[in-house]
Design a binder for this molecule. Sequence first.
Ligand code: CA
Length: 227
Amino acid sequence: MPRILLVEDEPGIVLTLTDRLSRDGYTVLSATDGDRGLELASKDRFDLIVLDVGLPGKNGFDVCRELRERGVMTPVIMLTARGQVVDKVVGLKLGADDYVTKPFEMAELIARIEARLRRAKPAGGVTRDAYEFGDVRVDFRRAEVSREGAPMELSAREFKLLCYFIEHREAVLSREELLNDVWGYESTPSTRTVDVHVAWLRQKIEPNPKHPRYILTIHGLGYKFVG
Ligand code: CA
């Protein structure tokens, strides 16, 4: 059952949403302030976080940013107040995957949650806590990558990109798709960003970055991870 963390301080929304999602078969935990939300999201494993921006304690932006800094890559749907366009941009830049404007129709939020969970579902069925290829080991739960047993430093973005490749291994992924799903917003300067990050990732995980064995360039189409 997918696990959802709801970080929201309005009792009405918490109650309605918890009730509805539980009936749909989700396991729902909730926190009514930012600090508690951050704590739960960091130490427990969720498939999705619904995060209100206006919260007591840490606000939703801070929670989202700190989660990403800690390497927690759980998809986040932010709830923002109506008309706060700036909020949307800020939220997406801080690592949120989607946003829903308040007041929202329950059906709309549920649809967005389902869509996000579908996208997050690993295509290749990677459900274990770790994945290994060559001498590289990726620990999803701890957000750690090691090579020949030695820990490697990956940026949050590189880690997310690598996880995405693993989840979609053997599939040809276009730069646009990677940009959309790994970066999560469309205002990135160019798809060149993807190439740069792929190059950095290759430097770290490929035995010979000049002749990649795992992250292959598919000319004219994008990239493919085989491993
Ligand atoms: Ca609120």
